[in-house]
Ligand binder design. Structure first.
Ligand code: AMP
Ligand code: MG
Length: 433
């Protein structure tokens, strides 16, 4: 006879639950990663520039490379006329020297020809006026400079961005587009970064069907695993989609074994307080696990523990509630920081803002309420939070329509309409209107 599950009595504050979870999770080791795959990963070493950037003095404008001294006193009325001795596009070197009275037609990014010390933009030359209709610039043999050129004007100096040997990105830097661009500008094609966590995602329950299967009486589609796997990837991990385990010891045990190659195991359902559940029995047998009630709504039941992997690792396991909203919300609050910690990031809270509650946010039992809300800037230039409809923990659309979580604290029975509420902003890109 399996032991009957004894429900815990204490209610853990959200912060306490998170602290306990983070305590048992560690940053992952570094890996060599192709630059193009490294977006969202953390640099595991300082990166030095192998050469000056830009590597040569080059022009910041399309125009003419000249000797500034040749343009002394030039004006629109009295142009300094120079003979055009060549043309230079970006990517090529000028083979020759710009002598006195000479100019080279030059395009942005092209290295400054020897002898020249200033760039005259086209706008400060009479090039346009010289051209007969239909004539190309190749026919231009000389150009008038209409304004005195200053030495060094419109020249980007070698090394003005980065000097050879300088540390340009520090260990611990999060790689986004701009950082990847800097690495690419140095010719880098691979970097040493903290490995991404592989997160096994498993749904449990006899009632579940995979999306794509034909509907059947009494059954529902598994929404947790697809949603959670997407969140894993949004948070920077790699999702291992393990599908659905039936509520039998054998089925669940087999799936858990499969999950042990991962860095983190996420299951949903079967962790509710109260009645006996086969999920609890298997989880307890395959590793160490605590079943908590967390002072939050939705999402009160939560399990956390570790499995022993065959290779000796302790693999952390988050057992999420089955109710779809609870499951996604608990993963946002507890799974996101874990993935970030494993990725080598400092787990940080989402940005918070104060918004006017356009509706009451009701708290019936002393838990912290995370109401799903649409947050918009109002005509009064203040943020406003409007609930996304019925707030039951099974009402998935309440989550899908929300861009923020409006909080009613544990010690308040209600946030009144018109009162300020703290909002956790989940998504700044939505709503789109
Ligand atoms: P449980 O935690 O097993 O008591 O499940 C609570 C509720 O969540 C029940 O209504 C389940 O049918 C539902 N549920 C459990 N797992 C899933 C899932 N993967 N997708 C959608 N609903 C689920
Ligand atoms: Mg169940």
């Amino acid at each position: 006879m399996p032991q009957r599950f004894v429900p815990p009595t204490e209610m853990l504050p959200v912060e306490e639950a998170l602290a306990r979870i983070l305590d048992l999770c560690e940053g992952l080791p570094p890996e060599r990663q192709a630059l193009e795959e490294a977006h969202g990963q953390i640099l595991a070493e300082d990166v030095q520039a192998p050469f000056d950037i830009p590597p040569l003095d080059n022009t910041a404008m399309d125009g003419y490379a000249v000797r500034a001294a040749d343009t002394a006193g030039a004006s629109e009325a009295e142009v300094a006329r120079l003979s055009v001795v060549g043309e230079l596009a970006a990517g090529y070197l000028f083979e020759g020297i710009v002598g006195a009275g000479e100019a080279v037609r030059i395009m942005t990014g092209a290295p400054i020809p020897e002898g020249a010390d200033s760039i005259v933009p086209f706008e400060e030359s009479d090039e346009e006026g010289l051209r007969a209709p239909g004539q190309t610039h190749e026919a231009i043999r000389s150009v008038g400079v209409m304004k005195e050129a200053k030495p060094g004007a419109n020249i980007r100096r070698r090394g003005e961005d980065v000097r050879a040997g300088e540390t340009i990105l520090q260990k611990g830097t999060l790689l986004r587009g701009a950082q990847i661009a800097v690495l690419a500008s140095m010719g880098t094609s691979a970097v040493t970064v903290i490995r991404r966590p592989r997160v096994a995602v498993l749904s449990t329950g006899d009632e579940l069907l995979q999306p794509g299967q034909p509907p059947a009486p009494g059954k529902i589609y598994d929404s947790n695993a697809p949603g959670l796997a997407a969140l894993v990837e949004e948070y920077g991990g790699i999702a291992l989609r393990l599908g659905i385990a039936k509520d039998t010891v054998d089925a669940l045990t087999a799936k858990i074994q499969e999950a042990l190659s991962a860095d983190l195991v996420v299951t949903s359902a079967g962790v509710s307080r109260g009645d006996f559940d086969v999920v609890k029995e298997v989880l307890a047998r395959e590793g160490t696990i605590d079943f908590w009630t967390v002072r939050m709504k939705p999402g009160k039941p939560l399990a956390f523990g570790t499995f022993a992997a065959p290779d000796g690792r302790r693999v952390p396991h988050i057992g999420l509630p089955g109710n779809p909203v609870s499951s996604l919300l608990a993963f946002e609050l507890f799974g996101r920081p874990v993935i970030h910690k494993m990725l080598g990031r400092t787990p940080k809270a989402r940005p918070l803002l104060q918004a006017v509650a356009d509706e009451a946010i009701v708290n019936t039992d002393g838990r912290r309420v995370y109401a799903r809300a649409t947050v918009r800037m109002g005509e009064d230039s203040r943020w406003h939070a409007r609930l996304t409809g019925p707030q039951g923990s099974g009402v998935l659309t309440s989550m899908a329509r929300a861009n923020g979580l409006a909080i009613c604290p544990e010690d308040r029975s209600q946030i009144d309409p018109g009162e300020d509420t703290t909002v956790i902003m989940l998504d700044w890109d939505q709503p789109l209107d």
